[in-house]
Design a protein around this ligand. Sequence first.
Ligand code: DC
Length: 228
Amino acid sequence: MNTKINIAIDGYSATGKSSTAKRVAKKLGYLYVDSGAMYRAVTFYLLENGVDIHDVAKVVEALPKIIIDFRYDHAEQRMHTFLNGEDVEDDIRQLHVSQWVSEVSAISEVRKVMVQQQQALGKNKGVVMDGRDIGTVVFPEAELKFFMTANYDIRTVRRKKELLEKGKEASEREILENLKKRDHIDSTREDSPLTKAADAIEIDTSNITLEDQVNLIYDYAMRKTNSI
Ligand code: DC
């Protein structure tokens, strides 16, 4: 395989986007970028530094002070998100951050800066990026686009397990409320709402295994790269 492509994976939260994207990237030898982690890192910075997220001018003023990068942890074999040189991978997954991240990511000025950084990461191709607007805004020309969905029961169970694995507890009710609230804000915001790109392939992950999801996308990627 010599031609590299970009793969966009969008969809609702806790539908298995990141787990799938991460594994597909590894299998293909591509770079995996978790765009949600970038919005989470911005949110974490604002909360930690007492910036009022409803004060857009203050948020914009803070943006140049926020430097995000990803570094691979060889021991854990996973990517960690760094904020101003500090590992915040676990901090950004807290429910507290999840509760504010949709509000922060609805701010156009925040999106503009994040999208520029995401596009720079994908300019040489060979990237699997997951998020909400990757196939529609970040990489509208991506060679492959997927849109993942799953029912609320499954999504709640998955998110609870993910939090527990990180030593964090939350009730199913709290998680479900957060998922519904974020779905609503993410899909109804004015700037780049979550929508399925016309040319995206929809995958309902409610009843398929992670391995099947990975293989499905990997097979599409192989067919695509072999045809160009
Ligand atoms: O994928 P995630 O749940 O970690 O994303 C956290 C939030 O970030 C999500 O509720 C909406 C926002 N987001 C976004 O607006 N655009 C993206 N490309 C990725 C995430």
